[in-house]
Ligand binder design. Sequence first.
Ligand SMILES: Cc1cc2nc3c(=O)[nH]c(=O)nc-3n(C[C@H](O)[C@H](O)[C@H](O)COP(=O)(O)O)c2cc1C
Length: 198
Amino acid sequence: MKNILHIISSARGELSYSNKLSAFILEKLLQQGNINKITVRNLVKETPPHADEMSIHEFYKHPGLYDEQSQQLLSYANTIVEEVREADIIVIGTPVFNLGISTPLKAWLDQLIRVGITYIFDEHWNRVGQFKGKKVYLSIASGGRNTEGTPDYISDYLKDVLRSYTGITDVETYRIEGTMESGFIADYESVLKNFYAS
Ligand SMILES: Cc1cc2nc3c(=O)[nH]c(=O)nc-3n(C[C@H](O)[C@H](O)[C@H](O)COP(=O)(O)O)c2cc1C
């Protein structure tokens, strides 16, 4: 039985196309069966703290030196690390904002990725991700369509971050594009026509 973690990062609730596409992905995963539980982390209802001077100091502290203040400052980070650790499948939704991911999602990543936790260094100073074997589905909504061959900033960026700093390499991307076009009708089924839960 598998655990799913669902990351929501659009502020538009029911109106959000990335949220809706994520919901369709969850539906497909549930249809395939073998799901134990779904944990929802809504980054808009509970905004991740920004990495400030004090929390960054804690991120690099040796765990043996943690005190009560460390536990407070690391509380959010530790919670989301455990959510990712527990998940077999992670569904991440994001709008495209100025060619990049949403700011809550960036803040979540900055709280999640930590040396000694999501990755370690081996004896040759190579990074070794600690969360290997998980599956990630990206659900990305954009107002326009990538007709100019602009680099795939979001998917490439998230794949690189996850591979380099968590060891997660199995990342599948689904996009709902053109959401700002007049008369746009979202066809989630055709976006997901090749969906296969591996
Ligand atoms: C601040 C802002 C920046 C945006 N930047 C882009 C962009 O760079 N490229 C694009 O195609 N659409 C852009 N859009 C449109 C959104 O990607 C589009 O509305 C999308 O559907 C939002 O995702 P959601 O429906 O999940 O909220 C932008 C919208 C906002 C509000």
